[in-house]
Design a binder for this molecule. Structure first.
Ligand SMILES: [Zn+2]
Length: 345
């Protein structure tokens, strides 16, 4: 049997012909990186190659690294293998990686979503023979509402909290979710404040996307100013001394995991908004079909359930073990599993 173009080993997804890794989880010489989340863009590689927009993001996160940026669809050849980056629609600068060798095409999605969120370059269907897909929300129970509806709910919630004289604290992870929320908040309602981690990352992204004005919460920020405002914070800020400044406040969280009622309850969050930067069940199935691929490799998320379903549908599908963990602050795998055992959906 001939060696597959992309194979999984203990360091990552390896292309032996080109001697490069895709989103490796252990230090390597040459790494092609799909996007800036910490489980995909790790520290310690000698050379990074990624889409242009992701360059300032990973420099912000990883410091002084050796990185080359590529345009969308720009092809570059390494030892006969032709590579290119294509929009994954997951966060700003997130890419799928296409690899072609002797007429055979592979696509690795990294993380992706098909809905246009208004800030990320929208997902593009890439025809291929072999499709390596994430399955973060690969269960039929996950079915997203359109972003416009969710943002409408969030803005209504904010206005109600303001009318009750409260500060709205909205949790979303630092890279991606926070800016997606920011972009679609209704600035007619009030001012938007930020936690330092979100302010810093947003500052990096302002060179690529127009965002509403934000004000950093500092020691000097007055309680009266926060009252009626909305504060964007990473999930880790919940329960911290930092948040007490907002009193009286109500908390909300925007995440795909909010589809699980228990997730909101366990975190003691007042209001959950189901808003994910990944495909839902239908989004995954439609994307896979659109690629025309016959061979599907499922990486992280509900891969076993999802690949079994694909086999029932006639695909040549299997699961490969990776160290992609899902996006920071969203949830842990064990939490999701315990929730499934509780039988909630
Ligand atoms: Zn991600």
């Amino acid at each position: 049997m001939k060696q597959p173009l992309l194979a999984f080993n203990d360091k990552g997804i390896y292309c032996a012909q080109a001697n490069v890794y895709l989103d490796p989880w252990r230090p390597v010489n040459n790494a092609l990186i799909t996007h800036g989340h910490s489980d995909h863009a790790r520290w310690g590689h000698k050379n990074y190659i990624t889409q242009h927009m992701n360059v300032p993001i990973i420099k912000h996160r990883l410091g002084n690294i050796n990185v080359t940026g590529k345009d969308w669809g720009e092809t570059f050849t390494i030892n006969g293998v032709m590579f290119s980056f294509h929009p994954a629609g997951h966060i700003i600068g997130s890419a799928q990686i296409r690899a072609e060798y002797k007429g055979e095409v592979w696509v690795f999605t990294g993380d992706y979503k098909t809905e246009d969120d208004g800030i990320s370059t929208p997902y593009e269907v890439i025809k291929c023979h072999n499709f390596i897909t994430e399955n973060t929300f690969g269960l039929p129970a996950f079915k997203w509402q359109p972003q416009s509806e969710v943002m409408n709910d969030i803005n209504t919630w904010w206005a109600q909290n303001k009318a009750e004289g409260k500060t709205s604290v909205l949790f979303g992870y630092t890279l991606g979710k926070a800016q997606r929320l920011l972009k679609h908040l209704d600035t007619d309602i009030g001012r938007i404040y930020t936690h330092g981690a979100i302010e810093n990352m947003t500052e990096v992204l302002r060179q690529m996307v127009d965002f509403p004005e934000t004000t950093l919460v500092t020691r000097d920020t007055k309680k009266e100013d926060l009252n009626g405002s909305i504060v964007l914070a990473p999930p880790s800020a919940h329960g911290s001394t930092w948040i007490r400044k907002m009193t009286p406040f109500v908390t909300g969280s925007a995440s795909g995991w909010m589809a699980f009622r228990g997730a909101r309850r366990r975190r003691a969050i007042d209001k959950g908004f189901v808003l994910s930067d990944h495909c839902d069940w239908t989004g995954l199935l439609e994307s896979i079909k659109a690629t025309g691929a016959e061979k599907i490799i499922c990486t992280h998320g509900y891969s076993d359930i999802f690949s079994a379903y694909l086999r029932e549908q006639g695909y040549d599908a299997r699961t490969e073990h990776t160290q992609y963990e899902g996006d920071e602050g969203e949830t842990t795998d064990s939490e999701a599993k315990s929730e499934l055992k509780e039988g909630e959906s």
